[in-house]
Design a protein around this ligand. Structure first.
Ligand SMILES: [Zn+2]
Length: 126
């Protein structure tokens, strides 16, 4: 993609947009001589999409903004869905747990009955 060359007023907006305190011009002129990043040209990180690119336009600085917004929205929707599913799962699990406990109680009662029966049988035989 061709690099956008912002005008003076746009540069100011860009600097404000990225919260840059450094002099963009100086950084650009230095170019590859910048020992910190070793890159040919300074490209700021977009605070909207997180990619490294120059603002496309002061009023619409990020072409990915819509995509990012949609992604965030989709992620939020997925999260809500996951939470809903988790709630449903928890409810089902609780229901199953209750059912299992009920069954265990019934079984314990039957076991008790059987034990008593066995006990009486044993007494009868004795
Ligand atoms: Zn961006």
């Amino acid at each position: 993609m061709a690099e956008l060359r912002p005008s003076q007023s746009e540069r100011k907006l860009i600097q404000e947009f990225f919260g840059l305190t450094m002099d963009v011009d100086r950084t650009r002129e230095k170019g590859g001589s910048n020992p910190q990043d070793g890159q040919e040209r300074f490209v700021p990180t977009c605070p909207i999409c997180g990619d490294k690119h120059w603002p496309h336009h002061p009023l619409a600085p990020c072409f990915n903004a819509k995509k990012v917004k949609e992604r965030v929205k989709a992620e939020a929707a997925a999260k809500v869905l996951a939470e809903k599913q988790a709630r449903i799962d928890a409810k089902l699990q609780a229901k199953e747990q209750a059912h299992a406990e009920k069954l265990a109680k019934i079984e314990a009662k039957e076991q008790e009955k059987a034990d008593k029966q066995a006990y009486y049988e044993a007494i009868k035989k004795a």
